[in-house]
Design a protein. Structure first.
Length: 374
């Protein structure tokens, strides 16, 4: 089935509401651009837009209907000084619709793509699409650390939604290993928008770089890997306090990545981290990360080919670093074999640019929908 027109229901935090004020778009975007240039913060972000934000680039503005209006700053290409999600910027425009437009739009679209975090708008569209026989794809962006180590029932895996009754295809960012099917597909790792990043030309003056903070909900491998690799000579490890007073600006973060031969990207609440693909954009910076313990979309991360991947083991309800000695040995080896390190770093950069971009993940979702709905 070829999808020519698509209705998208984003999460509530990305849009301004069900009703669309059509005359405010230009002025809102101009005001956002000015605020960003003046260095103001406080903009609302939600990382789910990185997975499907380029649907309009693939289908055209007039063929992608968005239920609600995205916040204007998401369209601005310029990345703010303290932006946590650079890849959320530069969003191509679709056609914003309100509740009054919904019935007419539903008669035109070939499929709907609905965020589970879309609230009333999501339920409204799912119900209407079901009545009209329009194929439904659900998008599940949540982290589910509580599911690790458990055999999941199908109902738990899809948040209580049932195939056929509520959806035809289900995209899940946090999909445990072994649970991928023809109708439940993975989305990790979190993709990036390469044009949002500006890495300086810099000498590699750090051996290993890490910037982050420990939180109670994180997997155990995070603190364990930080404690182990933070002891290496020449490392630059920035452990932030809970009030984020020591957080780097966006450009400082890019500079540290560019100046480092390796960068550590441990687990957070889940395996997936925005760092995984961000590291791949930094020139010849080798990624250190845990082996995926969730299903991922390709290109796959492979130890020794495009990253250093360490083993983890599940115990006491969390994933722990399994073999500290093996990880330390691998890091020492590649720090002393620079040509091999660069080769592996270059391989991950090629893989990120070929498949783990906002455009690439949007294409993966759209093509998966077309196959499933045929």
């Amino acid at each position: 089935m070829k999808i020519k027109r698509l209705l998208v229901v984003p999460c509530d935090t990305l849009v301004q509401g069900k009703e669309v004020a059509r005359r405010t778009s230009f002025f809102g975007e101009a005001a956002s651009f000015l605020a960003i240039k003046l260095g103001r913060s406080g903009f609302s972000y939600d990382g789910e837009i990185q997975f499907y934000g380029d649907f309009p680039a693939l289908l055209g503005k007039e063929h992608v209907f968005v239920y609600g209006r995205f916040h204007p700053h998401l369209y601005v290409k310029h990345v703010p000084k303290n932006c946590p999600y650079p890849s959320c910027h530069g969003l191509p425009k679709g056609t914003a619709i309100g509740s009054k437009d919904l019935s007419a739009v539903m008669s035109q679209v070939d499929a709907v793509f609905v965020s589970l975090r879309g609230g009333e708008r999501a339920q409204e569209v799912l119900a209407e699409a079901g009545r009209r026989g329009i194929p439904r794809a659900l998008f599940d962006f949540e982290d589910y650390p509580e599911i690790y180590g458990r055999a999941l029932a199908a109902k738990e895996l899809t948040a209580g939604y049932a195939h056929g009754k509520d959806f035809e295809l289900y995209f899940k960012k946090e999909l445990p290993l072994g649970f991928r099917t023809d109708t439940i597909l993975p989305l990790a790792p979190s993709p990036v928008r390469p044009e949002s990043y500006r890495f300086p030309n810099a000498n590699k003056r750090h051996a290993i770089f890490y910037s982050g903070r420990s939180r109670p909900g994180c997997q155990a491998d995070r603190e364990e890997a930080v404690a182990l690799l933070g002891k290496f000579p020449g490392g630059e490890f920035i452990d932030h306090d809970r009030r984020r007073r020591s957080f780097l600006t966006t450009h400082e973060y890019w500079r540290h990545l560019a100046e480092s031969r390796m960068a550590l990207s441990p687990s957070g609440k889940s395996w997936d981290s925005y760092r995984h693909c961000e590291v791949g954009l930094a020139p010849q910076t080798l990624l250190i990360a845990p082996k995926p313990f969730i299903e991922t979309a390709g290109p796959q991360l492979i130890d020794g080919r495009n990253a250093i991947l360490y083993d983890t083991e599940f115990r006491d309800g969390k994933y722990h670093l399994k073999d500290a000695g093996a990880l330390a040995d691998a890091v020492r080896y590649y720090l002393s074999h620079d040509d091999e390190r660069k080769k592996i770093a270059d391989a991950w950069q090629r893989d990120v640019l070929s498949g783990h971009t906002v455009l690439g993940r949007s294409c993966y979702i759209l093509e998966s929908m077309e196959r499933a709905f045929s």
